[in-house]
Design a protein around this ligand. Structure first.
Ligand code: 4FN
Length: 239
């Protein structure tokens, strides 16, 4: 999968070269190409922004520079995404959908944003990572690339993709490793038992319990068996 990122701060993406995403780049499973919008400035001082019409604080990125930067990419069969607080919130369903694309072009804003005319002309899909004020779209772009990359064949080891509890929409069951006793607290007995059927059942129940207690709204997005619905109902009656 190819990611072209249009940004004024390509150096920020260096952080991605470590981690699993970095490994996937080395293995040529994904290709992240950074396009510095500033390279398309026609100004002798490489200026890309200007003051907002109508007044107000800050600077706005010029539409012509963004348009020229976009036009430098071969966009045939590519999907354009604009990281923006005005977009639909990124969720796991959208991540899976985007992972099926061959080529994503990701546009990142900065300062007060990008001149609306080039946004309207390029008509990107707007995607947000959440409702908080940020200084730019670069961190959101990295969040999107990280989450989408995990879904591409060969990025993760086989077992982690089909066994992971968060791909089924539930929160994760608690994890334990050595030592067996930490500050007088023992690892749950069932996990040491070696009884795989019981371990599987215990983990599923813990996932249901934790999701119900901490993020009950997640349960509305998924289908549960009658047995599982009953298990949750019984959690209520215990307290
Ligand atoms: N942010 C809000 C309302 C109004 C403005 C902002 C804001 C970076 C260029 C956009 C922010 C959050 C999630 C991109 C926020 C995201 C951005 C994102 C982002 C500089 C203009 C700006 C949501 C709090 C009501 C600045 C909220 N996902 N403006 O942050 O790019 O992708």
């Amino acid at each position: 999968m190819k990611f072209d990122v249009l940004t004024l701060f390509p150096e920020m993406f260096e952080a991605m070269k470590t981690s699993i995403v970095g490994k996937a780049i080395e293995k040529n499973i994904i290709d992240i190409n950074l396009i510095n919008i500033r390279d398309f400035s026609k100004d002798k001082h490489k200026k890309v922004d200007d003051t907002p019409y109508g007044g107000g604080a800050g600077m706005v990125i010029r539409p012509d520079v963004v348009y020229d930067a976009y036009k430098s990419i071969d966009s045939e069969n590519a999907k354009l995404i604009y990281m923006s607080p005005q977009g639909k919130k990124l969720d796991q369903k959208k991540v899976e959908e985007l992972s099926k694309e061959k080529h994503l072009i990701i546009l990142c804003g900065h300062y007060e944003g990008i001149d609306q005319r080039v946004i309207d002309k390029l008509n990107p899909e707007e995607v947000s990572i959440g409702d908080y004020v940020l200084t730019g779209g670069e961190l959101p772009a990295m969040v999107l690339i990280d989450s989408v990359s995990r879904y591409i064949d060969g990025v993760l080891s086989e077992t982690s993709t089909d066994e992971e509890s968060f791909s089924d929409g539930l929160l994760e069951y608690p994890q334990y490793t050595r030592p067996e006793v930490f500050m007088k607290e023992k690892v749950p007995e069932v996990l040491i038992s070696g009884h795989h059927e019981n371990i599987k059942k215990w983990r599923r129940q813990k996932s249901l319990e934790i999701t119900y207690k901490k993020r009950p709204e997640l349960l509305n997005k998924i289908t549960l068996t009658e047995k599982e619905k009953n298990y949750i109902k019984n959690l209520n009656e215990e307290v």
